[in-house]
Design a protein around this ligand. Structure first.
Ligand code: 1GP
Length: 251
């Protein structure tokens, strides 16, 4: 059942972009999950990411199971800590914080969680995770105890992504952090996207369909939105439509 990454690559080959809605288990109850999944299905959302830098509640399994009962959109864990593994999901972003110099988040926590991750049977998607400065400290920049890449240092982002690709990571995730004041600039997205072949996931502080659209035009393959949708669920439809209306990339 290891098919999420293959299908993402197939979409990339066809020049199609994807939309991932991020669900923070701490911020949803059963009713909210019903509402979100209903809207996600009708809008054609491609992936549901579940996780956050801090998951305080311990109902991750329940949240994932509830989502799975409601729809067949792949559920992909986006864990902030090694304990955020649920065998009920479809896949897991196995994140190494390659933009930081905190060895725990580069490899230490992976060593500790490796047996549990393997046992989970989830599809593991090795991800080079890059935190980009979003204008003010975000939870991820604080918790990771690592300096984010400055927002205007495109060449640092580029070299970091290239290194991740050559180390064998399956995709790059550039994140300004949840609720970032400033989302990642299109210039940086374009610079990275045009120099790597693996899929590029972009998120953090995206609040409207227009920015999602521009990010795709700049080269993002997957757009992740969490906070803005928590505040206004009707954005799901608008943002999905924008992402799926981006002209198919040539070549
Ligand atoms: C955070 O990229 C995700 O890790 C999404 O960010 O919540 O700001 O949309 P937002």
């Amino acid at each position: 059942k290891q098919h999420i990454y293959e299908s993402l690559l197939a979409k990339k080959r066809k020049g199609q972009r994807s939309f991932a809605v991020l669900i923070d288990p701490d911020k949803v109850d059963a009713q909210k999950i019903d509402e979100l999944t209903g809207l996600a299905v009708s809008a054609g959302v491609d992936y549901l990411f579940v996780g956050g830098s801090l998951v305080i509640s311990n109902h991750l399994d329940e949240v994932v199971q509830h989502i799975r009962r409601n729809c067949s959109i792949p559920v992909i864990l986006f864990p902030g800590t090694p304990s955020q593994v649920s065998r009920y999901a479809d896949g897991l972003l196995y994140l190494s914080l390659i933009s930081g110099r905190n060895p725990e988040l580069l490899i230490g926590q992976h060593v500790i969680s490796a047996p549990a991750v393997r046992k989970s049977g989830l599809e593991i998607i090795s991800t080079g995770y890059m935190v980009i400065d979003g204008g003010a400290p975000t939870t991820v920049s604080y918790i990771s105890n690592a300096t984010p890449i400055p927002a205007d240092k495109n060449e640092i982002a580029l070299c970091t992504a290239m290194a991740g690709e050559m180390l064998g990571m399956k995709q790059i995730y550039m994140d300004a952090g949840s609720g970032a004041r400033h989302p990642i600039r299109e210039e940086m997205i374009a610079c990275v996207a045009s120099n790597i072949e693996i899929p590029l996931v972009v998120g953090g502080g995206i609040r409207d369909a227009e920015k999602a659209y521009r990010n795709c035009k700049a080269g993002a393959d997957v757009i992740v939105v969490g906070n803005a949708i928590e505040k206004d669920v009707s954005l799901i439809k608008e943002i999905a439509a924008a992402i799926h209306s981006v002209p198919v990339r040539q070549g």
